[in-house]
Ligand binder design. Structure first.
Ligand code: KG4
Ligand code: ZN
Length: 333
């Protein structure tokens, strides 16, 4: 008998749905909300309204592309947090309604866990224990995955997430939101010529707020002499910023690998789409004898395939929720 699951993700500004059959992704649909770039960041109220518009067509398309009728579903999975309350409510309410009307179980998914679980969609699959660094717009953490549903967080950000470091720096440089992919693109056209400080944070935690301030002062100082400084040097500035963010991340990962004695090392989350970070992981892995893993590009930024794969393994362990499920904006792992 096959296991058919529909997964829904609506925690931030993307409405996403995916269908998984026996652990194999059959469809992966994401409706992006480009409207937020007008405001330089995600506007929660606007995100919630867009989810309401997008959720039905997104789910319909995911089912149609998978060739699965909703009557053939065995479970509905939904991200209940962390995320924006108004955004989560849309996905959670929809999932509960489907679970009730189709009389099939509901599976609750944590967004952080789903990002890490994206590593188990394609081959080769990592082995446990796995050291996974999840880096996105909302979170930055290093975890030891002992099993699919047994995750120990050993390091986290004390302030901004890695994606925020990209996005907020980009804003200071006059780039559109989200700036991460733009900084990535511009870095390829520039050289690392400016040195930004590496924060001194003990242990396996991260901090990015000092870097943001250093870049703010750097921009102010240089604009005094030349108002067009940023515009004229944008590629080199981006390459330098990216190089520093990547080195902060990789240095902590090296420390964590030594601390945990684990050579199965992975990155996941929106920032793992970054070219510089992907290259740095591979080259550090070669140097230190790690087996390294990075999800396919479309499984790095927010998507529902990562929710679907998490749901598959929860289904197999009978980890179900009930209709009392509520959105958890601060749902920690
Ligand atoms: O995982 P994600 O889609 O959403 C959250 O859970 O937050 O991550 C979005 C973040 C944004 O901060 C975006 O700027 C960053 O991932 N991002 C990138 C790249 N692609 C997305 N950052 C650097 N380089 C990229 N290529
Ligand atoms: Zn995410």
């Amino acid at each position: 008998m096959s296991i058919n699951i529909l997964a829904i993700e609506s925690s931030c500004d993307d409405t996403a749905a995916s269908v998984i059959v026996n652990g194999e992704i059959k469809s992966n649909i994401v409706a992006n909300q480009s409207v937020h770039s007008l405001y330089g960041g995600v506007v929660p109220e606007v995100a919630s309204r867009e989810h309401q518009i997008n959720i039905v067509p997104t789910i319909d398309t995911a089912l149609r592309n998978a060739g699965i009728d909703k009557k053939e579903l065995d479970a509905i999975a939904v991200v209940s947090g962390p995320g924006l309350m108004g955004s989560l409510i849309v996905g959670v309410t929809f999932a509960k309604t489907l679970s009730l009307t189709l009389d099939i179980p509901l599976i609750e998914i944590n967004h952080h866990q789903a990002h890490a679980m994206a590593l188990f969609i394609d081959e080769p699959k990592p082995k446990f224990p796995l050291l996974a660094m999840t880096v996105s717009g909302g979170h930055t953490q290093i975890s030891i995955m002992h099993d699919y549903n047994d995750i120990e967080v050993i390091g986290r950000t004390l302030d901004d997430a890695a994606g925020e470091a990209f996005d907020k720096t980009g804003k200071l440089l006059g780039l559109d939101y989200p700036a991460g992919p733009i900084i990535d693109k511009y870095s390829a056209m520039g050289k690392v010529v400016y040195e930004f400080p590496e924060p001194k944070v003990k242990g396996l935690d991260f901090s990015f707020s000092g870097l943001k301030t250093a870049i703010l002062y750097f921009v102010q100082r240089n604009k005094k002499d030349n108002p067009d400084f940023v515009k004229e040097n944008i590629y080199d500035i981006c390459a330098s910023v990216q190089d520093r963010i990547v080195s902060i991340l990789i240095n902590k990962l090296v420390k964590a690998s030594k601390h945990a004695g684990i050579n199965e090392v992975a990155i996941a989350g929106g920032v793992s789409a970054n070219t510089g970070l992907r290259k740095a992981l591979v080259s550090k892995g070669k140097e230190l004898g790690w087996n390294t893993y990075i999800p396919k590009f479309e499984y790095c930024t927010d998507n529902a395939a990562m929710v679907a794969i998490t749901a598959h393994y929860k289904y197999k362990q009978n980890l179900f929720a009930d209709l009392s499920l509520k959105p958890k904006p601060r749902y920690a792992l």
